[in-house]
Design a protein around this ligand. Sequence first.
Ligand code: ADP
Ligand code: MG
Length: 812
Amino acid sequence: MSHRLSRRWSSKAASIIRKITGNPVETDLSGYERTLAGIKARRLEKEPARALVEMSKDLKERARSGTALDDLRLEAFALVREASRRAVRLDPFDPQIIAGLAMAEGKIVELPTGEGKTLAAVFPAYLHALTGSGVHVLTFNDYLARRDAAWMGPIYELLGLSVGCIQEGQGAAAKRSAYGCDITYATAKEVGFDYLRDQLAGRIEETVLRPFHLALVDEADSILIDEARIPLVISGFTEAGASDALDVARHVERLEEGTDFQTDEARTAVSLTDAGLDRLERALGRGGLYDDSNQALLSAVHCALHARVLLRRDVDYIVRNGKVEIVDEFTGRVVDKRHWPDGLQAAVESKENLSRRGGGTVLGSITVQHFLGLYPKLAGMTATAQSSADELHEFYGRNVVVVPPNRPCIRVDEPDDVFATRAAKSEALVREIAAANAAGRPVLVGTASVRESEELAAALRAAGIVCRVLNAKNDEEEARTIAQAGRPGAVTISTNMAGRGTDIKLGGAGEEEKEPVVALGGLYVIGTNRHESLRIDRQLRGRAGRQGDPGCSKFFISFEDEIFERYGLGEALSDALGLEDGPRDVSPRRLNREIAHGQRLIEARNFNLRKSLWEFSHLVELQRRMVAARRESVLSGAGDGGLAGLDPALHAQCLSAWGKERLEKLEKRVVLYHLDRGWADHLALIQEIREGIHLVSLGGYSPLEEFRKSVTEAFLAMRQRTDEAVLRTFRSLARDPEGAELEADALKGPSSTWTYLVSDDQSGWGMGLLQGKNIGVAAIAAGIYGPLFLFTLVLGRQRRRRKKKRNAASKR
Ligand code: ADP
Ligand code: MG
């Protein structure tokens, strides 16, 4: 299929989708503007502070006695506007109030960087907190939760509402009180972990959260899209299981690329050749890897290969203090508390010769996306939502409202400078940065990885340029550094999203030397790579030109950049531009258009990947909710999740023997114990099914169907096992109450738990799934950007599998 044809198709497909679903981007703000006029008409500046508190109290009472929030909107917004002027000395701009209105209606607001989204969120937060159910403002990191709660706190307090802030590592009492506030600032991650911890509580008093109400998500695109698939996990101690990882890693290390295994050009998938398979089977000496009894071993081999070939030290992860720490692809930063799925984590640790930390069992898990789905109401804000509107609509049913800035943006976005080689690009980068620096103009450079940041910094230092590199693990320190990126002569290098949420003011954090920087044209933002997502590139550009400041942005790219190699973009480009050897006499604008088109195709592919991953995780989430509902009913002592529902006669017998109170206490302990254990076993089983499922797709079956079948069966079996275990325990309790009660005392939850995030291995597991599915737009994209190689790999593997099967059959 030709490039041009495919473009026609994809834009046609997009327009059809639009027609069916309605356009998820709203640009008509006239309704909000009318409401805004009504808000501004309520003049409160002469009112004494006491009167504001009284008004706020009155609003609360009305909200609690059932007045619709819509009817309180004008008064509530007018109050916040006035309180903001007094308490934090900020007079909200119209776009901030409009953004607040849109969020109050559950929209995702796009408002550029530096326009004051922190304040905008206070409006809907206040309005929705009036009913007394807590509002959560979900921030990008812990530092921002702290900063925003402290910064905006006085507004709420002036109006008689309480504000809390959640930080990682806080004690349960502090958390309970912060969640008890009218408004709570926290990261989605930490609230999610608290939710998982609450799900293991043995008594209701141990929980810290209240029922969910409204989440206002800051940096919404990052959390709702980029982080959405990440599972939050809680684990607890059990005996460490034996692991094949180390042994396998040693043998995999000896394999040779080309003869023993091959990868696609993009290095997103790797597979063994027949020779490699034979070699490994001989070395391991445990029979055919595809034998049914060797499933776990095969999965360890896959993980070891993946770890060796596809995961690069210092790019995908670093090793520090004897631990593997994952580098986030989007922020380029080391992410705290993140693991790969278990097998892969073990494989990487083996590859790096690190000892494994004591084995734990996964006790609970939920993806960020499903976690946010627990909130009955959701709204968000970010500087870049528009280009992901379809995805936000599909996954969250939310429309995007685009609010223009208070003062028009005058930033100049220059077309990319394109180079044939990476070396040429580096040279040009150093020249360009040196020139700006010599004039005293501040430069912010956004790179794709920590390693690239450091290489560039070294080159700059060699050229005598002083620069600062952001790769601190400490968000607050990072914020302090980036806040100074607008000072004259500053050169700041950071990975693409480091320091999100921090304002870069011209002339320094206090705008001390604003004039000279304005005269030089403001902040100069340089991107050293195009990102897979156009949205992330826009996010970087948005660092310059805040609130009508002058500024400029430009990307330097080369055909040797990873994105070009990974997706074959270079070839597609020179095809599209009708060039044989590199894009010479092509207008930069044209080139930019083509690159943007390539990015859109990649985005479409990633969207589809996320969609198919969602389908898998959704089923498990539905099961989790069933278990959680039963747990909840047992924990709160309501409903029949306990013994009565299982065996009424036994229940009656126990009741008359022990009395209500004692039975309920025992019931809680016994049922919760077996329920939690059953669920943990189920999760382990799902992980196994998951690891094996891409092999199913190679056999020509639909992986989703197979997965559904296996997981449903497993769930039913788990339920039955749990019920039987509960009955067994109660029968022995009924027989021998004294001795058995001691036993029941031993049925306790895990003594210690810890939480982490799993970096989903998108390329391996996701791509495997896509092979077996009709993937619409992504198929079009894939058609051009060449994963034909994947098909050949897949076919090859399928053939090998059949061959193995035949061999195995003939041996029998
Ligand atoms: P965003 O999150 O949209 O990037 P922030 O909430 O971090 O923006 O605010 C950016 C800057 O704008 C802050 O320094 C803040 O003090 C300032 N600001 C916000 N609202 C106003 C306002 N109404 N008037 C003046 N300055 C404001
Ligand atoms: Mg912000």
